[in-house]
Design a protein around this ligand. Sequence first.
Ligand code: ZN
Length: 157
Amino acid sequence: MPIFQDQKGKNISNFQKMIDEKKNTIRKYYDEIGHLYYGQYKDVNVDMTKDINARCESISNLYIEIEDLNVKILRERGLKKCAVCGTENNLSNAFCFKCGARFDDADAVPADVIAPPNASATPSRQEKKTTIEPAAAPELAATAAQTQEATDEGKEE
Ligand SMILES: [Zn+2]
């Protein structure tokens, strides 16, 4: 489907262009913040806080918009990002193939149709696994500390 592919490519480059424009605007705001702050530093009677904060807020919003566009680009490529671990997944995945987190978007195949790939590794079980072996750990830590001390002494002399 070459026409379909072309349209996808066009959409992606449009989104990319919008991202570039937003990044330029962010750079401009950072520049302005620098000038405003410097003006405040030079003259203690000047308070630019309001102007600085307004630009900071705009920058935050632009970052959100850029993230949104990145999601759209991924979508065009048939992908989506896991909100938990950031791994790119196929749009149809109901669960992240890496960490098993559930996708709640419309593209995801309903949970009762496909089981999560690592259904056994539920978060509650993983938490229980993180117990340290009782006897060995403190000794090892002490040895490591001693070695570190010795190295530090050696450096000073
Ligand atoms: Zn994940």
